[in-house]
Ligand binder design. Structure first.
Ligand SMILES: Cc1cc2nc3c(=O)[nH]c(=O)nc-3n(C[C@H](O)[C@H](O)[C@H](O)COP(=O)(O)OP(=O)(O)OC[C@H]3O[C@@H](n4cnc5c(N)ncnc54)[C@H](O)[C@@H]3O)c2cc1C
Length: 386
C-alpha cells in the first residue's frame, strides 16, 4: 500500500555499498548514512580525514528518503518561540545556520555537479480559515528581528482556495533528497571516503580509544565517532504523513506552502514528477506524537488536500515517517557523552538543513576550530555531565 515517490533506492546504485566484513581503522567513523551522516563525512573528507560511514540499510534509507524535501529557514517552531526560548541571539543563530544549510546544499550541487532538481522558490505561511492574522504579525516581527527576510502578501498565489493575508519567505528551496545523497556519496567516495551499508552498529564507544562494532563482529578503531542515527538523544517522536498526487502541468505555482496549525500541513510541487510527466503535488502533515502509523490519517490528509487543490487527480504515492524533535532545548549537533564522540539529532521538520549544518559544524569541532553555531546546538543533555 505504501510507497514513497523517491522510488526504490535500487535505482540509485551508489546508495548500496558492500557491508563491512573485516576489522579496519580510520580517523572518524560516522554511524548513519542519512543527510546528517553523509554531510559530516563529506566535510571531514574534504579536510583530508580518513572517514568510514556505516549504515544498517542503504544510504538515505532512513528518514532522509521519506522527507518531503522543503529546504526552508521559515522554521516550524516559529521565530517568536525561538526568541522566547533562546533569546534574540539564539533565534538569529537558528536563522543564520538554516539559511546557510540551504546555501551549502546549493553550493555542493554546483561544486559536485549533483543532479537533484534543486530549485529556489518562495515559502508561504498561512492561517487556517477564520483565524485572524495576529499570530502571523507576531511571527513576522520576530523573523525580521532574527534577520530573516519576510513580507506580507494578500494571499498565497493560488486561485483554488482563499488563505487571506499570509507571509512570504523568499529564496527557500526544494530538491530530490535521494538524488542529492547519491551525488554527495559519490563526491565523498571520490575523496577516498568509505561507505558500508547493511552494516548494523551494535556498539559505538568513545573515550581515549574509540571504536565501533558491527553485528557481523567487525571492529573499527578510530580517533572519533559520530552518531548520526537520528535517534541518539532523548527526543520526541512524531509521525508525519505524505501523499503525492498528479496535477495538470502549470496548474499549481511552484512554492512551499505551510499552514500554521499545530499538526500543520505542508505542500510543494514536483514539476514533471509523475511517471507520465505530469506534475506531482506533494502534500504532507497530520503530524501526531508517537511512532505508529494510523492509516485513516491518509484519508484526512487527502480530504484536506482535495478541498484546497481541486485539480489533484490520482494518488500515486503515499508514505509516512517519523520526525524526531529534541526533548530538551534545540536540536543537537555537538559533543556526545563520552570524549571523542559526537551526535546529531532532533532536526524535526527541518532535519535536512539541520543535517547539512552538522557537516561544517562537526568538522570544525573535530578539527579544533571555533564555530559560531556550536553554542546553540550543543547537546543540553550532556552539558552537565562534561
Ligand atoms: C514525512 C516526513 C517529512 C519530512 N519533511 C521534511 C522537510 O520537508 N524538510 C526537512 O528539512 N526535513 C523534513 N523531514 C525531516 C527529515 O527528513 C529528517 O529530520 C532528516 O532526514 C534526518 O536526517 P538524518 O541523517 O539525521 O537521519 P536519517 O535520514 O534517518 O538517517 C539515519 C541513518 O542511521 C541509520 N542507523 C540508525 N541506527 C543505526 C545503527 N545502529 N547502525 C547503523 N546504522 C544505523 C539508519 O538506517 C539511517 O539510514 C521530514 C521527515 C518525515 C518523516
Amino acid at each position: 500500500m505504501f510507497s514513497c515517490w523517491y522510488g526504490d533506492a535500487n535505482e540509485l546504485s551508489v546508495l548500496h555499498q558492500l557491508p563491512l566484513v573485516r576489522d579496519t581503522r580510520c580517523d572518524v567513523v560516522v554511524v548513519g548514512a542519512g543527510i546528517a551522516g553523509m554531510s559530516v563525512a563529506y566535510f571531514l573528507a574534504r579536510e583530508g580525514r580518513s572517514v568510514l560511514v556505516l549504515d544498517d540499510g542503504p544510504v538515505g534509507g532512513g528518514m532522509t528518503g521519506l522527507s518531503s524535501a522543503h529546504l526552508s529557514y521559515a522554521l516550524e517552531d516559529g521565530y517568536a518561540r525561538l526568541e522566547a526560548l533562546y533569546g534574540l541571539e539564539g533565534a538569529r543563530t537558528a536563522a543564520e545556520s538554516h539559511r546557510a544549510g540551504v546555501a551549502i546544499i546549493e553550493d555542493l550541487v554546483a561544486r559536485e555537479n549533483i543532479s537533484c532538481q534543486f530549485l529556489r522558490l518562495d515559502s508561504y505561511l498561512f492561517n487556517p480559515p477564520g483565524q485572524p492574522p495576529a499570530n502571523l504579525e507576531i511571527e513576522r516581527g520576530a523573523a525580521l528581528r532574527a534577520g530573516v527576510e519576510v513580507e506580507w502578501e494578500e494571499r498565497v498565489p493560488l486561485e483554488s482556495f482563499e488563505t487571506g493575508a499570509c507571509l512570504r519567505f523568499p529564496d527557500q528551496a526544494q530538491f530530490h533528497p535521494l538524488r542529492y545523497l547519491a551525488g554527495l556519496t559519490q563526491a565523498f567516495l571520490r575523496r577516498g571516503g568509505r561507505v558500508h551499508t547493511q552494516s548494523y552498529v551494535k556498539r559505538a564507544v568513545g573515550g581515549p580509544r574509540p571504536f565501533v562494532e558491527t553485528d557481523r563482529g567487525c571492529r573499527v578503531d578510530c580517533s572519533q565517532v559520530v552518531l548520526a542515527t537520528n535517534s541518539a538523544l532523548k527526543g520526541l517522536t512524531y509521525s508525519s504523513y505524505v501523499m503525492a498526487m498528479r496535477v495538470p502541468p502549470g496548474s499549481v505555482q511552484p512554492a512551499l506552502y505551510r499552514d500554521s496549525l499545530p499538526n500543520y500541513h505542508y505542500v510543494r510541487l514536483a514539476p514533471g514528477g509523475a511517471s507520465d510527466g505530469s506534475d506531482l503535488l506533494i502534500a504532507g502533515g497530520e503530524n501526531h506524537r508517537e511512532g505508529q502509523t494510523f492509516p485513516q490519517l491518509f484519508s484526512t490528509l487527502e480530504k484536506w488536500t482535495r478541498r484546497r487543490f481541486p485539480m489533484v487527480g490520482k494518488v500515486d504515492y503515499l508514505w509516512s515517517g517519523q520526525v524526531i524533535r529534541s526533548a530538551e532545548g534545540p536540536a543537537c549537533i555537538g559533543p556526545g557523552q563520552e570524549e571523542n564522540s559526537y551526535v546529531v539529532s532532533g532536526g524535526s521538520g527541518h532535519g535536512l538543513t539541520h543535517g547539512t549544518i552538522a557537516g561544517p559544524l562537526i568538522t570544525d569541532l573535530i578539527c579544533g576550530r571555533p564555530n559560531p553555531w556550536a553554542r546553540l546546538y550543543a547537546p543540553r543533555e550532556f552539558a552537565h555531565a562534561r
